[in-house]
Design a binder for this molecule. Structure first.
Ligand code: HEC
Ligand code: HEC
Length: 444
């Protein structure tokens, strides 16, 4: 059920082609296009929180991606319940839906030209949606079982019936034409299009209004502790967090996404609470399966999960793909003591011996990341961050919550730059053509 929903959400562009519009008439005026987007967005916002689209009739997108928590899970459950009776536990913790416009399409060999000076470095598997990057925003989606009878046949008709009954059916008709909901396929596409319009609302999903953004654009100062936390977060010999959770603006001024969206094996401890983990032979191996199918048997992908953004992370009560942790501080403790006190993190076998990296079979241990903060750590070594430093890093992560500012300060800056004819923040940025300065104009 849920996989369908997500695929449905991200394949909107493809689905939209099926929506009847006024292609016959003259191209709509700019004002009309804006009005239509506003209507679709209004309907999409309502659909997102409408339980009528679920088999149970009691669950909506917002049940797992809470708008009040920047689309993080609404509670501290390890994973959320779903299915027809809301009794089926999921396998993974819902990610935030903020900043998904920054996730590149999945790529086995990602060469980053936007954020790094050197674009000859192969960053390895990167991008894609979900924790294992198995769906994309590109043409790839179309191949995913959107049209599979099992997932779609029921749902398309059910979705169509739900939307026709909804209070906002008239809003959708006003946007797309009086006959837009008459046929199931068109009604389904209209719902997809409305959700897409909602998701495309930058002010809602990619606001860049955190205290850290205010700091980066010169609107505020960080506290002494937050500043120490940022330095430890960036320091390659200390936290080294920024290696994966990018914290600096790109060369073209792009605000940091607090992720490079790389797929990495951190060897997060097994979560014994998950129903599927009651089977000792079951392992969620991320990119090599079982949810993702295309890399089954390719051992180098086993244990890899996509690096999440840390924007709005302080609004979560559940961390990592399997919801194993519930406290931000504990997450950082895990990073700095994984290989120093493994007995604290991993389960024990029948003889009381700690099982090394207990959620990843030994044959895949070569995939486990050993860069700092893990590098040179072994029982008896000193953790790279002490208790005070861990608190500092947590304090820094708390500056990543949106809502500190009212509006996106980078856009404001860009306007100022234009009017005063002052270009860019750094030499390299100012030597680029204006069109490469963030935010890039979006093709519509
Ligand atoms: C029962 C809980 C639940 C519901 C309901 C739900 N989701 Fe999700 N969502 C998840 C989980 C869990 C994941 C991660 C799945 C994975 O990694 O395999 C996810 C992932 C996603 C992603 C990918 C995010 C990323 O970081 O790549 C998108 C987009 C998404 N959901 C949108 C939606 C939309 C739109 C709806 C409603 C139509 C919805 N979800 C309903 C639990 C839920
Ligand atoms: C080598 C890359 C890498 C480094 C270095 C790294 N992370 Fe992560 N981070 C990841 C990946 C990958 C995940 C998801 C792992 C999973 O769920 O299996 C993650 C997840 C997290 C999460 C959980 C977010 C959520 O939504 O559940 C937090 C918090 C976090 N990292 C903070 C940090 C901090 C703080 C540091 C530095 C001490 C750090 N990370 C260093 C790659 C990295």
């Amino acid at each position: 059920m849920h996989r369908f929903i997500c695929v449905f959400f991200v394949t909107v562009a493809g689905v939209c082609a099926a929506v009847p519009g006024n292609e016959a008439g003259p191209s709509p005026s700019h004002a009309r296009a804006r009005e239509r987007t506003a209507l679709l967005r209004e309907a999409g916002r309502a659909i997102f929180s409408d339980p009528a689209f679920s088999a149970s009739g009691r669950q909506s997108c917002a049940s797992c991606h809470d708008p009040a928590r920047r689309y993080n899970p609404p509670n501290a459950r390890d994973v959320q319940l779903g299915g027809p009776a809301l009794r089926d536990p999921g396998l993974r913790a819902p990610p935030t839906l903020t900043y998904l416009d920054r996730v590149p399409p999945y790529d086995n060999h990602h060469f980053d030209s936007e954020d790094e000076a050197d674009n000859s470095i192969d960053n390895g598997p990167t991008g894609g949606l979900t924790w294992d990057g198995r769906v994309d925003t590109g043409a790839q989606q179309a191949a995913i079982p959107l049209t599979s009878k099992f997932e779609m046949a029921n749902s398309a008709a059910g979705v169509a019936a739900a939307v026709r009954k909804a209070a906002y059916a008239s809003t959708l008709r006003a946007a797309l034409g009086n006959d837009a909901l008459d046929e199931d396929a068109h009604a389904f596409a209209a719902v997809a299009r409305a959700l897409a319009a909602f998701e495309d609302d930058d002010a809602e999903f990619s606001p860049y209004t955190s205290k850290y953004d205010a700091f980066l654009t010169g609107h505020t100062q960080l506290s002494a502790q937050e500043k120490r936390g940022l330095a430890l977060f960036n320091d390659e010999k200390k936290g080294n967090c920024a290696q994966c959770h990018r914290s600096q603006r790109g060369l073209d001024g792009t605000p940091p996404a607090l992720s490079d969206y790389g797929l990495i094996a951190l060897a997060v401890p097994r979560n014994a609470n998950l129903a599927r983990n009651h089977d000792p032979a079951f392992f969620d191996l991320g990119a090599c399966g079982p949810e993702r199918k295309d890399k089954a048997g390719q051992t180098e992908y086993c244990g890899l999960f996509r690096t999440p953004t840390l924007r709005n992370v302080a609004l979560r009560s559940t961390f990592f793909h399997n919801g194993k942790f519930h406290d931000l501080r504990e997450v950082v403790e895990f990073y700095v003591t994984r290989d120093i006190t493994p007995e604290r993190w991993y389960a024990k076998d029948a003889r009381g011996k700690t099982i090394a990296y207990d959620d990843l079979p030994a044959r895949y241990h070569a995939n486990i990341n050993r860069d700092a903060p893990f590098a040179e750590q072994h029982p008896g070594a000193a953790p790279r961050l002490n208790a005070q430093e861990i608190d500092d890093v947590v304090a820094f992560m708390q500056t990543l919550t949106d809502g500190y500012l009212k509006t996106n300060p980078y856009r404001e800056r860009r306007m100022t730059d234009r009017s005063s004819n002052l270009v860019g923040r750094t030499l390299s940025a100012s030597s680029r053509p204006r069109s490469q300065i963030w935010p890039h104009p979006r093709p519509r």
